[in-house]
Design a protein around this ligand. Structure first.
Ligand SMILES: NC(=O)c1ccc[n+]([C@@H]2O[C@H](COP(=O)([O-])OP(=O)(O)OC[C@H]3O[C@@H](n4cnc5c(N)ncnc54)[C@H](O)[C@@H]3O)[C@@H](O)[C@H]2O)c1
Length: 362
């Protein structure tokens, strides 16, 4: 079997060092960073990396075994010289589209792009166009799509034992690009990647960070998403962080604390008159597995077989469309906006200084 040559663009926390932030944290199974995913996967060799910060990249090289001749401050030079099969784009969203387009145009066949996909819908469209025109594939780093805990949630919904899926609830979507991208992707997956027809939203701090077509920050949001199959999602901003619920015609399934605990309730006849009520039922127990490794293995499987990846560039764009749906609805005073959006020029442009990654665990 072929071993695929992998490279990482953006060698900071998610690119190479985030494992050091979560050592001993039972909820996240390692490997977590892209680089650790490639060095753990027995079908990939991490041979090159690129970052504008040479000092951070040198530490990355030491940690992950990429020699100095495989380190580039210009990712285009890396793409031209290294004949890479899989490339990660673990930068912030603002530069992501240009880099992904360059990767696809340079013949990279598999791209593992971090979330949020893109800083505008125009950027997301350019990524879809370049990936598809070049016959490449892309998985977005929305880890819950590759997480066995949430696979189990989807299996229970799909089994029909709770009846038909009717509503999905995200209890705290958080900042849309940073945190919301994860949970919006999760509800897309739980609902079989059905298209969304419309979104209605409110950004509590939106007015202070939107200037014309420019967003100067990552806004929080609350609102409603209507899917084409009739399922509705409620996107909330409550104290229940990382909690998600599916409400079906005959029961509910709830993830507490990002799936470290679960509750399943089923409609049962109770009481003297046999009235139906929701009763607690057996909940799944699924130990954590590395969702980063599974995302890498999914790309390897797609390259081996020619089958589509689990995520794909269109599912990535659908999640980005929900983010911008909330923003456009807010700009229209909370009006319902139809998807796909007609306006694709609104763009996030933050004054972002990259973080200092943690080179060693505590
Ligand atoms: N999936 C997850 O669980 C998860 C967790 C953390 C972060 N993330 C995501 O990962 C991405 C990166 O986050 P971070 O905290 O590591 O970011 P960061 O801001 O600390 O680092 C970004 C890195 O990209 C580099 N970079 C920027 N432009 C570049 C270019 N043109 N060429 C080469 N390198 C370039 C910067 O120098 C920097 O080192 C973000 O989109 C974030 O949302 C995902």
């Amino acid at each position: 079997m072929k071993t695929y040559r992998a490279g990482v663009i953006g060698c900071s926390r998610m690119g190479g060092f985030i494992d050091n932030e979560v050592v001993g944290y039972a909820r996240i199974a390692l490997p977590y960073s892209h680089a650790a995913g490639y060095t753990t996967c027995d079908r990939t060799d991490l041979v090159a990396c690129a970052d504008l910060r040479a000092d951070v990249m040198a530490e990355f090289g030491n940690l992950h075994g990429v020699p100095a001749q495989g380190q580039y401050t210009d990712y285009r030079e890396m793409l031209a010289k290294e004949n890479l099969d899989i490339v990660s784009v673990a930068t912030q969203p603002e530069p992501r589209a240009a880099i992904v387009v360059d990767c696809a145009n340079q013949g990279v066949k598999a791209i593992y792009a971090e979330k949020a996909m893109a800083a505008s819908m125009a950027d997301a469209d350019a990524m879809v166009e370049a990936v598809e025109r070049n016959g490449a594939i892309l998985n977005l780093g929305t880890n819950r799509r590759y997480d066995t805990k949430y696979d189990r949630m989807k299996e229970i919904i799909d089994s029909g034992e709770l009846g038909d899926l009717q509503q999905l609830i995200i209890y705290n979507v958080g900042p849309l690009f940073n945190n919301g991208s994860h949970f919006l992707d999760l509800i897309l997956r739980l609902n079989d990647d059905e298209p969304a027809e419309w979104v209605q939203g409110h950004l509590p701090d939106g007015d202070s960070i939107i200037d014309g077509d420019i967003l100067t920050g990552d806004p929080e949001a609350e609102g409603i998403i209507q899917f084409a199959n009739g399922v509705k999602a409620y996107v909330l901003l409550t104290g229940r962080r990382s909690e998600t619920e599916a409400i079906c015609s005959l029961g509910t399934i709830t993830a507490f604390n990002d799936g470290s605990e679960w509750q399943v309730r089923k409609v049962e006849p109770v009481g003297l008159r046999g009235r139906n009520e929701l009763q607690t039922a057996a909940a799944p127990v699924t130990p954590p597995t590395s969702s980063t490794l599974r995302a890498v293995q999914d790309l390897v499987h797609a390259l081996d077989t020619g089958q589509p990846p689990r995520g794909g560039v269109r599912a990535a764009r659908a999640g980005n469309e929900l983010i911008f749906g909330f923003i456009e609805s807010h700009l229209l005073g909370g009006a319902r906006v139809s998807l796909p959006l007609a306006k694709r020029t609104t763009r996030m442009v933050r004054d972002h200084t990259p973080r200092q990654p943690k080179y060693k665990p505590d």
